[in-house]
Design a binder for this molecule. Structure first.
Ligand SMILES: NC(=O)c1ccc[n+]([C@@H]2O[C@H](COP(=O)([O-])OP(=O)(O)OC[C@H]3O[C@@H](n4cnc5c(N)ncnc54)[C@H](OP(=O)(O)O)[C@@H]3O)[C@@H](O)[C@H]2O)c1
Length: 264
């Protein structure tokens, strides 16, 4: 891993083999420092970050999964971002397709989480209107931290009851069957979660973008081309005016680029 941006005396390769600019294996602690959430600044103090991977031609999946377009370094960043988060928000289709399991507690991050006042692992929050989820899965029955199910007030009561019976906590964040993305953020903050991470998928991320509540995008650009008609990282109705984000940092490993973009 090496840092390409910002270029500073520490990232400059000529600063020596231990510098950020030299290609070397980064420890998880270094990655965690590079991706630290900003200090709470006014308002709710919440920060919504998305983590997504895309191919060069914009595909967000191959054969219905993101794993074929990912890499070992991408998975290290993925794990680090989870380890920094209070809660991981995912659309139900991603949960179904990627076979989500509960987030685990990792010894490497235990002290960091304890010092930040966080539980040993982030909660997973599944966004669903249909509640067509298999509530017998470990994601719902045996997480370290109860899984949240974000849905609308008009969602099927029997499915809500099934979620709660399995051990999940149902959180209402919309008046109809669906979730209002801004209300979802507010509901998570009300539960004490401020370091928010969404792992998509594209249909959910598109709604956070159009609602104007996305603060940061961590984007892995995978050096692959797939053609075809895969979804791109954000879908759904387009915004009226393109949202401008600013590059905060850019890391590279084996041709994979790890950008961090913040709302401008
Ligand atoms: N490249 C990447 O980084 C990345 C990341 C994540 C996923 N993916 C890929 O993306 C694909 C899945 O993504 P997707 O975009 O099709 O689906 P998604 O966003 O993961 O999930 C869509 C589902 O989420 C629920 N949902 C979304 N918005 C909602 C709202 N406002 N209110 C209530 N429920 C809402 C609905 O669930 P119900 O149907 O239950 O109502 C909807 O069908 C998979 O192939 C996955 O591998 C790629």
């Amino acid at each position: 891993m090496r840092r390409l941006f910002p270029v500073t005396p520490v990232t400059d390769q000529t600063a020596g083999p231990g510098s950020d600019g030299a290609d070397r294996e980064w420890s998880l602690a270094e990655l965690a420092a590079a991706y630290a959430y900003p200090e709470p600044a006014g308002g709710s103090g919440a920060w919504l970050r998305a983590n997504m991977v895309s191919t060069l031609d914009g595909a967000a999946q191959h054969d219905g999964r993101s794993q074929p377009i990912s890499s070992a370094a991408d998975m290290r960043v993925f794990g680090t971002l989870r380890a920094l988060a209070d809660v991981v928000v995912a659309g139900a289709e991603t949960v179904r397709q990627e076979g989500y399991r509960p987030a685990r507690s990792r010894a490497e991050f235990a002290e960091l989480r304890r010092a930040a006042g966080q539980r040993p692992a982030p909660a997973i929050a599944v966004v669903s209107a249909s509640l067509e989820l298999d509530f017998s899965l470990p994601l719902f029955t045996s997480p370290l931290v109860p899984t949240l199910v974000l849905t609308g007030a008009a969602a099927a009561p029997d499915r809500m009851a099934a979620a709660e019976k399995a051990g999940a906590r149902v959180v209402i964040a919309g008046d109809g069957v669906g979730v209002d993305p801004a209300r979802a953020v507010d509901a998570l903050v009300a539960l004490g979660h401020t370091r928010l991470l969404t792992e998509g998928g594209p249909r959910l991320l598109g709604q956070f973008v159009t609602a104007g509540v996305l603060d940061e995008l961590c984007l892995t650009v995978s050096p692959m081309l797939t053609a075809g008609d895969a979804q791109r990282i954000a879908g759904g109705p387009s915004v009226e005016v393109p949202r401008r984000f600013a590059l905060a940092s850019l890391l590279e490993e084996e041709g994979f680029l790890f950008g961090r973009y913040r709302r401008d």
